[in-house]
Design a protein. Sequence first.
Lengths: 114, 112
Amino acid sequence: NAGVTQTPKFRILKIGQSMTLQCTQDMNHNYMYWYRQDPGMGLKLIYYSVGAGITDKGEVPNGYNVSRSTTEDFPLRLELAAPSQTSVYFCASSYVQGPNQPQHFGDGTRLSIL
Amino acid sequence: DAKTTQPPSMDCAEGRAANLPCNHSTISGNEYVYWYRQIHSQGPQYIIHGLKNNETNEMASLIITEDRKSSTLILPHATLRDTAVYYCIVKSLLSGGFKTIFGAGTRLFVKA
């Protein structure tokens, strides 16, 4: 099983450039999430989605946008890249919302803004 | 969500049991305790979760105290590949999974 797949694995951007981080899952999960992880820190939630067409902000949404046109895909877009967005980005999914469902994570996208 | 407190790092000898503690003294009745681990900057990996009973799966055991204010993750026979950062998290019915809060975790070093 592929699980949660993120692309690209690595990327270097210049300040002011834009890009889209791709995330797809093949587990038919309703819920999907984007996190960022700065060095030595835990994960912080950027955006989440409870189903196709529905998204909402997490803890640190500024500078990012998301869309959810299908159950499988949940892309994260950076419109004007800033050095503060240098981080590792993780996408996750879960079958349903609620405390009795674990999240499944991708292997991350390592993004550097120079 | 209740906050959790974990030691920043621990050592364990290969082949021995690794016991990772977590304090969650403000946990409420509908909050589950989850454990994830992150190996060398890979995506976090789900290990185990529980509400109030002890739980065991192929990876680990979870021991939750009777008052639910603390728990211990037990890796029964640690291997070098278990070296990772281990996160203890509580998740509640009200806030749901999308407000899962990851702290700094415990960095476990398994030594030969």
